[in-house]
Write a protein that binds this ligand. Structure first.
Ligand SMILES: Cc1cc2nc3c(=O)[nH]c(=O)nc-3n(C[C@H](O)[C@H](O)[C@H](O)COP(=O)(O)OP(=O)(O)OC[C@H]3O[C@@H](n4cnc5c(N)ncnc54)[C@H](O)[C@@H]3O)c2cc1C
Length: 399
């Protein structure tokens, strides 16, 4: 794809020069270090290799939103989203590795940790020596996450955790898991659970990589079981019985990050398709890009890219100014992921059979875009939440 990336053109006008230089640095890394290897790694069914994780650590990507007082880069959600755009252009599953480590891993600690917990973990998280995973989903609890089946029961000065988390991104590389567990079964909905920081090597914790996953192929996705795991009060993150708040607040930023992955995929599809439509000749030795029905898809991708990027970066600013509400984060994730995945199929269709080849790249984005529709809150479940916020009488009726 010899043409300059269209996303760069839009980004230049949306962010300042320093931020654009940062984005270019990460995009250049992706072009040099990810693009040439992605196909081989996927065909070999490998996870993100250690050397890439190390290099991303050296670039400071694991410490982007962490304050400089904890050895982080002192950035915000904007830097995270720029990283998401730059890396996901080539691979969502590489992008989600530092993405989940920061936006789901470090974030709950940054938002709700006490000073001792921050001092203990944030410097190591910032430089990639530790990685936290986000333990919300369970085999029996996906959208109904406020009601965990994993329990934490008080036993003297300790808590005893039992049950299983699943779909835990980055489990392979985890040092700790933030476990959302039921602590007050009789409590009000949303006020019955507590979050605990649990070392992955604590006695009773076991991890298995989830097999058969054909999305985010390079990303580690694990199930983590807790067999009478004992932790003391220093492991409690946030307030007792307010664990769902920790998880829900974290997901606001996480949804913005997931939206950035969908935008990165759209950006890749646009460049791939406009290049191919000018090269591929059919009928009279002329390129297929002359057909208006092919042009429609190129233009739809371009419109989607510019609109999604502009909307997303506007909300990222609100988030960094503490002014974003959770419905806004949900809406942008729903809309961008749905539109991106629908347009990806159109993009593949106008390329014809070649789109079925892994080396062409669109199929990978097609698979990965599915995760952006169900991950960090399934789009349909989130719509229910938004509808209730628009119609408070209906919400009251259902409670
Ligand atoms: C690759 C991958 C990585 C993930 N990483 C993590 C992670 O790091 N940590 C973590 O905790 N979780 C993670 N998840 C889990 C993810 O957040 C859940 O898949 C998601 O919340 C949906 O839960 P579920 O899959 O159990 O679907 P379910 O809750 O079983 O829902 C199935 C479907 O039912 C419909 N539905 C459900 N509820 C409603 C409702 N209220 N209104 C309307 N429709 C509804 C929706 O269509 C939904 O898609 C990951 C998932 C994937 C696929």
């Amino acid at each position: 794809m010899a043409m300059p990336r269209q996303i760069d053109k839009y980004l230049k006008d949306l962010i300042d020069d320093d931020r654009f230089a940062f984005y270019e640095q990460v995009a250049d890394f992706a072009e040099r270090r990810i693009a040439p290897r992605i196909l081989g790694l996927e065909r070999a069914h490998e996870l993100v290799p250690q050397d890439l994780i190390k290099e991303m650590g050296e670039l400071g990507l694991f410490g982007l939103p962490i304050g400089t007082e904890y050895d982080g880069q002192g950035g915000g959600q904007l830097e995270l989203v720029l990283m998401g755009l730059a890396l996901s252009y080539w691979s969502q599953s590489v992008a989600i590795t530092p993405g989940a480590a920061t936006s789901l891993g470090s974030k709950p600690l940054m938002l709700f940790g006490n000073e001792a917990q921050k001092r203990e973990h944030l410097p190591d998280l910032a430089n990639g020596r530790r990685m936290f995973v986000f333990g919300l989903s369970e085999p029996g609890r996906g959208s109904d996450a406020a009601n965990p089946e994993v329990t934490a029961v008080r036993d003297g000065s300790h808590w005893v955790l039992r049950g299983e988390k699943c779909w835990s991104t980055n489990a392979r590389w985890a040092s700790h898991v933030v476990v959302h567990a039921l602590t007050d079964p009789a409590g009000r909905r949303g006020h019955r659970s507590t979050c605990f920081i649990v070392p992955i090597d604590a006695p009773g914790v076991s991890y298995n990589e989830m097999g058969g996953k054909v999305v985010w192929r390079l990303s580690s996705t694990g199930s983590i079981a807790f067999d009478s795991v004992r932790v003391d009060d220093s492991a409690v993150l946030g307030a007792v019985n307010e664990g769902f708040k920790v998880m829900a607040m974290t997901l606001n930023g996480g949804r913005l990050f997931v939206a950035s992955l969908a935008v990165g995929s759209t950006a890749f599809a646009l460049d791939r398709v406009r290049a191919y439509a000018q090269e591929r000749e059919q009928f009279d030795g002329k390129p297929i890009g002359r057909f208006q029905r092919v042009q429609d898809v190129v233009v739809d991708l371009d419109i989607a890219l510019e609109q999604s990027l502009t909307w997303l970066l506007h909300l990222v600013r609100l988030y960094d100014e503490n002014r974003l509400d959770r419905e806004q984060a949900a809406k942008v994730k729903i809309s961008i992921s749905q539109r991106a995945s629908e347009l990806m199929l159109d993009a593949m269709e106008i390329c014809g059979g070649v789109a079925c080849l892994d080396e062409f790249g669109l199929m990978r984005h097609h698979e990965d875009l599915f995760v952006t529709r169900v991950g960090e809150g399934s789009n349909r479940a989130l719509r229910t939440q938004i509808a209730q916020s628009l119609m408070p009488d209906i919400r009251a009726m259902l409670q």
